[in-house]
Write a protein that binds this ligand. Structure first.
Ligand code: CU
Length: 428
């Protein structure tokens, strides 16, 4: 890859989902200075998948992605081609980048306030591939949608207006073993999913999303622009099929690919990570949040679970100034975990107060359990990002060395990441 930075500020490009060694990964250590060019060698040795790439500069990832620094990377292979899935790019195989934005009289606005930093930025305008009020004209047959959630914070809960079912065929890491018929699909920031949708009835239909209720104080936040979602459903994308052609419809395959599962018994180590929220944050002492919203009885008693927060707020006020993992904010100069190359480990990840999508660089994992139970069918497949609402147990295989460039693990709500909800690990 050849990446030239023509901005007036530093940037990086992280290949989200590519399983490659540390120096090529494009995390916050691999800064591309203004006017300079980065030439990483990317050796692609993984199954066909829908991946993404985006800026990963610590402290400005959220603003840079919001301004446009995100894209899609498609990996293809023979096993996928042999299935005969819809694969005419832009015709019946559509990469769809979902993002939400705020506009003020046509100007893109990033709400850089404390509440937005605490909860993550959500916009009231949904864009698909950068287009407002998008319409997809599709053939009247089976169409493949490659959904990429490149939003800063919004969790999509997608369904069609006529409640038609569709087949989910691929997770972050590539194709599933067999298609799963669903009527709705949740997609957290950083996650991807591939669907097969049948448009052979020739009827126009709209893909919509439920309001995003992911914040600690539902209802109240609805009043604050950029901090939370309104209560209405949003239109994501309208599909207008051509009337059915005479080409024979290919059926949805019964089986997709064989996935090489890692034996959970081969895990040599268990690590626990807690995604922690600094409720005081930087607003404290400057008035806007410290006194009014956050300090009062509502937070302490009602919504936050009482004693635990009270104790934490009082006990380690210093740490509570920023988001973090295990109560510690990200530090570029601190390697938080050390893993042996080739090892399999179990990572238990839980979070505070909101659902947080955890993303781990340089690996793929499977979800072993969610909320202490066997995961739902929707948790299957190889992943690099998963939503932590209930605590999850992940089976992770470390196949890539970090060399002198550690990998990141972080919340993919980009404002959380920028404000410290990130750690780094070495694989040697
Ligand atoms: Cu988070």
């Amino acid at each position: 890859m050849v990446v030239t930075n023509q901005l007036q500020e530093d940037t990086t490009v992280h290949w989200h989902g590519l399983i490659i060694p540390g120096p090529a990964d494009g995390g916050p250590h691999q800064l591309i200075r203004p006017g300079s060019t980065w030439r990483p060698r990317l050796k692609v040795k993984q199954p066909a998948a829908t991946l993404m790439y985006h800026s990963h500069v610590h402290g400005s990832t959220a603003e840079q992605v919001y301004a446009g620094l995100a894209g899609v990377l498609l990996v293809a292979d023979d096993a996928e081609r042999a299935l005969g899935l819809p694969s005419e790019y832009g015709l019946d195989d559509l990469p769809l980048v979902l993002q939400d934005r705020i506009f003020d009289q046509g100007r893109l606005v990033y709400p850089n306030n404390h509440m937005a930093m605490m909860l993550g930025v959500r916009g009231d305008t949904i864009l698909v591939n950068g287009t407002v009020q998008p319409v997809a004209r599709v053939p009247g047959r089976l169409v493949r949608l490659r959904l990429v959630n490149a939003s800063n914070a919004r969790i999509y809960d997608l369904s069609f207006t006529d409640e038609r079912s569709f087949h989910w065929i691929a997770s972050d890491g590539g194709l599933l073993e067999r298609p799963v018929e669903l009527r709705s699909l949740r997609l957290a920031p950083g996650e991807r999913a591939e669907l097969l949708v049948d448009f052979s009835d020739g009827r126009a239909v709209t893909l919509e999303t439920e309001p995003d209720g992911n914040h600690p104080m539902m209802g109240m936040m609805g009043m604050m622009q950029g901090a939370a979602d309104s209560s209405r459903r949003h239109t994501v994308l309208r599909f207008v099929p051509a009337s059915r052609g005479n080409a024979a419809q290919r059926p949805v395959p019964d089986r997709l690919v064989a996935i090489e599962h890692v034996d959970a018994a081969s895990a040599v180590r268990r690590r626990r990570l807690v995604l922690t929220m600094g409720m005081g944050m930087r607003g404290r002492g400057r008035g806007s949040m410290g006194g009014g919203m956050m300090g009062g009885g509502m937070m302490g008693g009602g919504m936050m679970g009482g004693g635990m927060m009270g104790g934490e707020m009082g006990g380690r006020m210093g740490d509570m100034m920023a988001h973090g993992i295990d109560g510690r904010a990200f530090d570029m100069n601190r390697v938080d975990q050390r893993v042996r190359l080739g090892d399999v480990e179990t990572w238990e990840v839980s979070g505070e107060m909101m659902a947080h999508p955890i993303h781990v660089h340089g690996v793929q994992f499977e979800v072993l359990s969610r909320g202490g139970r066997r995961p739902d069918v929707r948790d299957q497949g190889l992943r690099d990002t998963v939503l932590v609402q209930e605590p999850v147990e992940l089976l992770v295989r470390f196949t890539q060395p970090t060399l002198d460039h550690p990998f990141m693990y972080h919340c993919h709500i980009l404002e959380h990441e920028d404000n410290g909800m990130m750690g780094q690990f070495a694989v040697v």
